[in-house]
Design a protein around this ligand. Structure first.
Ligand code: FCB
Length: 477
C-alpha cells in the first residue's frame, strides 16, 4: 500500500463502541491462480480448461483471457508486500494444477512447485498464514479430453494431485481447501456451459458434481494421512433461497433451487447422503447410477472446517408459461430439472454484476450451516462486490465496495454474537482480476489494477479494511 498510515476514507471507525471480533480471527483476502497469475505458458505450465475456453471465440467478454492477468507470477514478492502493508494475517490463493502437474498426470513439475514454495515462504516471512485452495476451476485440458469431471477417473486424478501438493508444501501450509465452489464447476461448466469447459449436458453436470465431491473426499483422506496436523475443508458457494411470495408454488420453486444450489453439496459432504427430494427432482435427468457403494462415505470424510463464499441471495418464483430466464449464469441448464423456475429481482441495490446486495443473507447462511449441518469452525472464504472504479488524481475511491464490506462484516459479527463459530473472513478479492466469462470488465479488488502498466493502487476500501484488521473490529453504528 502506498501510504499505510493514511486515515480511513470513511469515518465510521472513529466513533462509538467497537464491534470486536474474537481474538485470533483470521483476516485475509482471496485470489485464484487463473485469475491473477498470467505466465500461462511459462515454467512448464500446460493449458487448463480455462486457457482453452477463454481462447474460443465468444466465450468471454471481448475475448479476454488469463494469459497475462495481473502478472502475479512475476510480481509475487511485490504483491505479498502489498498484503503485508494491508495488515492481512491470512491469504487464500489457489494452486494451478497444470503448473505443478503438467497435463494432470505423472510427475510433479519442480519449477511450478517452486513458485508456490516461494510464495508460501514470502507469506510466512511477512507473518501471513498461507491458505491453499487445491482446485479453483483450472482442470488440466488432457483430463477434460479424457472426459472431465463427468468421468469418475478425474476424482482419482485429483487426489493424486492433492498428494503431490501436500508432499511439496504440506510442511509449511496449515490450511487446505480442496475445491472452490463445486456448484460452479459442475453446473456452469457442464450444465449451462457459461464457464469452462463450456459443455451443456444436464446429466453430465450432475455427474460432475458427484465426482467433484468424490475427488474432494479422496483428497481429504490422502491429505489427512500424510499431513495429520493440517486443517482441511471445502469451500461452497451458498445462497439463501427465498420464495418471491407466500404462495405454495413459489415455496416449491425455492425448495427446488435450494436443493440444487445448497443441499446438493451440503448433504453429501456433511451428512453423507443426497437429499431425497433432490433425487426426486432430478428423476428426468439422471438415475444417479454413477453413485457407487461407498462413495458417500468417502465424500463425507470428516473435515476440520467449512469455507463459505457468500455474495447474494436467490429470490425465486414458480414457472410462468413462456417466461425468459434472467442473468447469464442462471441460464436454464444451470438448474437441471428446474429450468423453468424464475429468478426474480426485488429492486434492491445491486453490484456491477447485477447481484442484489443482501447482508442479512450472510447471517442466515452462516446460521443455517451451523444449526442444520455442523459444529465445525466456519470461515467466509470469499465475500465482496464488483463496482465500476475510476482513478482520479492517482487515487481510487470506492465507497460502494467499502459499504458492501462494512455491511457484510457487521452481518458476520451478528452471526458470531448469535453463536456461530466463525473464525475468519477473506475479502474477494485482493486485487482486480480476470473475472471468468466477464474477463477484466468487472472489478472486485480492494486494490486497483491498471492492466496496461500493471500498477497496483489500493482503493479506499483497502485502507479501510486495513484499519478494521488493525482494530480487529468495527465501530458499532
Ligand atoms: C466466485 C469465484 C471467484 C470470483 C467471485 C466473484 O464465484 O469463486 O473466483 O469469480 O465469485
Amino acid at each position: 500500500m502506498s501510504n499505510p498510515a493514511s486515515p480511513p476514507a470513511v469515518g465510521v471507525l472513529d466513533q462509538g463502541p467497537e464491534l470486536t471480533f474474537p481474538p485470533g480471527f483470521r483476516w485475509g483476502a482471496a485470489t485464484a491462480a487463473y485469475q491473477i497469475e498470467g505466465a500461462a505458458t511459462e515454467g512448464g505450465r500446460t493449458p487448463s480448461i480455462w486457457d482453452t475456453f477463454s481462447h474460443l471465440e465468444g466465450r468471454t467478454v471481448a475475448g479476454h483471457t488469463g494469459d497475462v492477468a495481473c502478472d502475479h507470477y512475476h510480481r509475487m514478492p511485490d504483491d505479498v508486500r502489498l498484503m503485508a502493508d494491508l495488515g492481512l494475517n491470512s491469504y487464500r490463493f489457489s494452486v494451478s494444477w497444470p503448473r505443478v502437474q503438467p497435463g494432470g498426470a505423472g510427475a510433479a513439475n519442480q519449477e511450478g512447485l517452486d513458485f508456490y514454495r516461494r510464495l508460501v515462504d514470502e507469506l510466512l516471512a511477512h507473518g501471513i498464514e498461507p491458505w491453499l485452495t487445491l482446485y479453483h476451476w483450472d482442470l488440466p485440458q488432457p483430463l477434460e479430453d479424457a472426459g472431465g469431471w463427468p468421468a469418475r477417473d478425474t476424482a482419482g486424478r485429483f487426489a493424486d494431485y492433492a498428494q503431490l501438493v501436500a508432499d511439496a508444501l504440506g510442511d509449511r501450509v496449515p490450511s487446505f481447501t480442496t475445491l472452490n465452489e463445486p456448484w460452479c464447476s459442475a453446473f456452469l461448466g457442464y450444465g449451462s456451459g457459461v464457464h469452462a469447459p463450456g459443455r451443456s449436458d444436464r446429466a453430465d453436470a450432475v455427474r460432475a458434481g458427484h465426482h467433484l465431491m468424490l475427488g474432494h473426499g479422496l483428497a481429504v483422506q490422502a491429505l489427512r494421512a500424510s499431513r495429520p496436523q493440517a486443517q482441511l475443508g471445502i469451500t461452497l458457494n451458498l445462497y439463501p433461497v427465498t420464495p418471491a411470495t407466500r404462495s405454495p408454488a413459489d415455496a416449491e420453486a425455492a425448495r427446488r433451487i435450494d436443493a440444487l444450489a445448497n443441499r446438493f453439496f451440503l448433504d453429501p459432504v456433511l451428512r453423507g447422503a443426497y437429499p431425497a427430494d433432490l433425487k426426486a427432482d432430478l428423476r428426468q435427468v439422471t438415475d444417479f447410477g454413477h453413485v457407487r457403494d461407498g462413495d458417500l462415505a468417502v465424500i463425507s470424510t470428516p473435515l476440520d472446517m467449512v469455507g463459505i463464499n457468500y455474495y447474494s441471495r436467490h429470490v425465486v418464483a414458480a414457472p410462468v408459461e413462456g417466461a425468459e430466464p434472467e442473468a447469464y449464469w442462471r441460464a436454464p441448464s444451470s438448474w437441471p430439472g428446474s429450468e423453468d423456475v424464475r429468478f426474480v429481482t426485488r429492486g434492491v441495490p445491486v453490484t456491477d454484476m447485477d447481484w442484489e446486495i443482501d447482508a442479512p443473507g450472510l447471517v442466515e447462511t452462516l446460521e443455517r450451516v451451523h444449526r442444520d449441518y455442523t459444529d465445525l469452525p466456519l470461515y467466509i472464504t470469499e465475500n465482496g462486490s464488483a463496482f465500476v472504479d475510476a482513478v482520479v488524481g492517482g487515487r481510487v475511491d470506492d465507497p460502494d465496495r467499502l459499504a458492501y464490506f462494512d455491511a457484510h462484516l457487521r452481518a458476520a459479527h451478528a452471526a458470531i454474537r448469535a453463536g456461530v463459530p466463525l473464525r475468519g473472513y477473506f475479502a474477494w478479492s485482493l486485487m482486480d482480476n480476470f473475472e471468468w466469462a466477464w474477463g477484466y470488465t468487472k472489478r472486485f479488488g480492494m486494490v486497483y489494477v491498471d492492466y496496461d502498466s500493471q500498477t497496483r493502487i489500493p482503493k479506499s476500501s483497502a485502507r479501510w479494511f486495513a484499519e478494521v484488521i488493525r482494530r480487529n473490529g468495527l465501530a458499532a453504528q
